[in-house]
Design a binder for this molecule. Structure first.
Ligand code: ADP
Ligand code: MG
Length: 312
């Protein structure tokens, strides 16, 4: 069974249980309205040695930053502000001392940058590799929450940065080239924490998520949850320097925001975004009726076997 097939089975199996006011499985975060026009948001991500990282190819400090960054990205993806995390570590004996201290240094530095508290977790011994689980908690005004399910037909699809750098960096790492700038980008993703909150405030932004599994896979989640389709002009996909188009579309872990916005307001939104953050919002296509992504080259449909990304 695929990862998404398994998640869908879980979702159905547990649908008989009370939701206790939560919006459940299927978005970047679970959402709990807490009154006063606000909600708390919860997300959890697991990093496991040999699957998500190779110990020889990353420093402990970098991994501490990345373990937190990928969770902050999911909070930002819904327009929320990260407020706290819980951190659980399973550490083999050879990572329990200095390695763990350096890991915590990286985790602390990124926590400090965004004013995020560390409020709990668990620590245990591992007989295998290192496993890291982070749960992040965010807070958001209800009116600012951006869901995957809120795309509308006609919306412009935008990406908040160039794509493919992380995938190209992974290629370098797997070839044993640990010291390239792309490999460094792969190890040190920058979650769009301020950008996500800023986009959350904008009413013309309808659906949003973060790109962790690659555009080709992740756009599909917005389409499935919104019950719509899309046309994407492949020439408009912003490709990072050193990457190619296929990696930009299929490589994972860029952690850039993917959003849909009212077409008449998208130009203004992009201009304001550029003025605020100094980087463009790239329009790559539009939401349509139907289902699935239609890839275009110069306006004509092209058959591409593009799929999302799986780890090492
Ligand atoms: P993301 O890439 O944003 O972290 P995923 O694609 O990993 O999201 O997960 C999709 C959805 O499935 C999310 O809502 C996530 O919370 C949920 N999910 C993933 N694994 C599980 C699980 N084992 N049990 C319950 N929900 C899960
Ligand atoms: Mg996500």
């Amino acid at each position: 069974m695929t990862e998404f097939g398994f998640i869908e089975t879980i979702r159905r199996r547990f649908a008989d249980l009370p939701s206790n006011a939560f919006e459940g499985i299927g978005d970047d975060c679970a959402v709990l309205p807490v009154g006063g026009g606000e909600s708390l948001l919860f997300t959890s991500d697991l990093l496991t040695e040999g699957v998500h990282f190779l110990r020889a190819a990353t420093s402990a400090r970098e991994l501490g930053g990345k373990a937190l960054a990928v969770n902050l990205s999911d909070i930002a993806a819904m327009g929320a502000r990260p407020v706290a995390t819980l951190l659980s570590l399973a550490l083999p004996a050879d990572a329990a001392g200095r390695w763990a201290e350096e890991f915590m240094e990286g985790y602390h530095a990124l926590s400090a940058r965004y004013g995020v508290a560390l409020v709990g977790g668990d620590t245990t011994r591992s007989e295998g590799g290192i496993t890291i689980n982070v749960t992040a908690i965010g807070r958001c005004a209800d009116r600012c929450i951006k869901r995957r399910s809120d795309a509308r037909a006609g919306d412009t699809i935008l990406v908040a940065g160039v794509l493919g750098a992380s995938g190209a960096g992974l290629r370098d790492l797997l070839a044993g080239r640990y010291d390239t700038s792309l490999a460094a980008l792969h190890r040190n993703p920058e979650p769009q924490v301020d950008e996500g909150q800023w986009l959350g405030e904008r009413e013309e932004v309808h659906a949003m998520m973060d790109l962790s599994d690659g555009l080709a896979s992740d756009l599909g989640h917005i389409l499935d949850r919104s019950g719509l389709g899309a046309e994407v002009e492949t020439a408009r996909i912003p490709v990072a320097e050193g990457a190619d188009l296929r990696t930009a579309a299929c490589g994972g872990e860029d952690y850039k925001l993917l959003l849909t916005a009212a077409p008449d307001a998208a130009g203004r939104l992009a201009a304001d975004f550029a003025a605020r953050f100094g980087t463009p919002l790239y329009p790559i296509g539009r939401i349509t009726a139907g289902s699935g992504v239609k890839w275009l080259r110069d306006g004509e449909p092209v058959a591409l076997d593009w799929q999302g990304f799986s780890h090492y």
